[in-house]
Design a binder for this molecule. Structure first.
Ligand code: SF4
Length: 333
């Protein structure tokens, strides 16, 4: 029987699932991904995690709890930094320790540290440390990783052409959500912003993508913007943005606002997220100057679907009214 590694479907899973899964598979390891978030997983997470945590961290605990009796290892890297001179939210680096303290009866946790703040060369150490659980040869471990990286880069390229992976959204979702990212002749285009785990986890954001598609809006997410382009626009901030997620989210928003390629912005944020409070303020000001409507959806475990539906309907109605008579409608929402 092959060794089985569990990947909890939460937090950085939404950025790196294709890389991690292929890497483990290339090492001959079976991967079990927890199911899409559902009520049971949310309840498990809320019960296991400390109250003060944000919703995505609670949900992540629920996914770990689901996997704990089904696998030999669970992969929860301690991701301190993924870019030179930049950081992630402290909750990302504290994640393995939080989980170990909160959930009893866990299998071995692979909690490799990833810290590229000083240099990318530290990545090699993290890769070998992870692969060493299953393979003695450094060369084989690195080959397994670089092969997985090729597939991951193809996946990233695919996203920049307007795709959202079925692995992320589930079988009923459209894969191709938009044809041309930059296009000024169509005003029914919404930029959905926020951390990947808030945008792509369709349970916690109450099927936002599906609902907006049902309203026949084209959707863009920050991941569809080439990273170099997003970073180029993030440089327009008065001070250097040292949060990696901020570079991506703010840079993508600035780019699309300046290109006048969107008709509205919806920001999905977890209640109490400190990073988001900074990103939201910067993006909202820029959108206001460009007269692009902006709305914020704050989510926590108490958020009701009816309230979200009402806000989405009102926001999309307002975008349509603006198309008919732009000068009469406020961008504040
Ligand atoms: S960035 Fe915000 S939503 Fe993400 S883990 Fe940190 S506090 Fe939670």
């Amino acid at each position: 029987m092959s060794v089985k590694v569990g990947l909890p479907r939460g937090m950085f899973y939404f950025d790196y699932f294709s890389l991690w899964k292929s890497f483990f598979n290339n090492l001959g390891v079976e991967v079990l991904i927890s199911p899409k978030t559902n009520k049971e997983i949310l309840d498990r997470g809320v019960n296991a995690c400390v109250d003060e945590s944000c919703l995505p961290v609670k949900v992540f605990h629920g996914h770990v709890d689901y996997l704990k009796d089904k696998v030999d290892y669970i992969f929860i890297p301690k991701i301190i930094s993924i870019h030179k001179r930049e950081y992630n939210c402290p909750k990302h680096l504290g994640l393995p320790d939080m989980v170990k303290n909160s959930i009893k009866g866990l299998p071995e946790i692979i909690d490799t540290e990833v810290n590229l703040r000083k240099s990318n060369k530290f990545l090699k150490k993290s890769i070998i440390e992870t692969g060493r659980y299953f393979e003695k040869s450094d060369r084989k471990i690195l080959n397994a990783f670089y092969d997985a990286l090729k597939q991951y880069n193809n996946y990233l390229k695919m996203m920049t052409t307007g795709f959202i992976s079925l692995d992320v959204l589930g079988k009923n979702a459209d894969m191709k959500v938009i044809k041309n990212i930059i296009r000024k002749d169509n005003n029914r285009r919404i930029l959905i912003l926020g951390h990947s785990y808030n945008i792509y986890d369709q349970y916690i954001n109450m099927e936002l993508v599906k609902k907006l598609k049902d309203f026949k809006f084209d959707l863009i997410t920050a991941e569809m913007i080439d990273e170099k382009k997003a970073r180029e626009y993030a440089k327009k901030l008065p001070k250097r943005m040292f949060w990696t997620h901020g570079q991506r989210i703010i840079g993508a928003a600035y780019y699309l606002i300046e290109e006048k390629s969107i008709s509205g912005i919806i920001y999905v944020s977890a209640f109490g997220c400190g990073l988001d409070s900074v990103f939201i303020d910067l993006i909202e000001r820029k959108a206001k100057k460009a007269k692009i409507p902006f709305t914020l959806l704050t989510i926590d475990e108490q958020t009701g679907e009816a309230g979200v539906n009402t806000r989405l309907e009102a926001f999309t109605d307002m975008l349509d009214w603006r198309l008919k008579d732009e000068s009469n409608f406020s961008t504040l929402w």
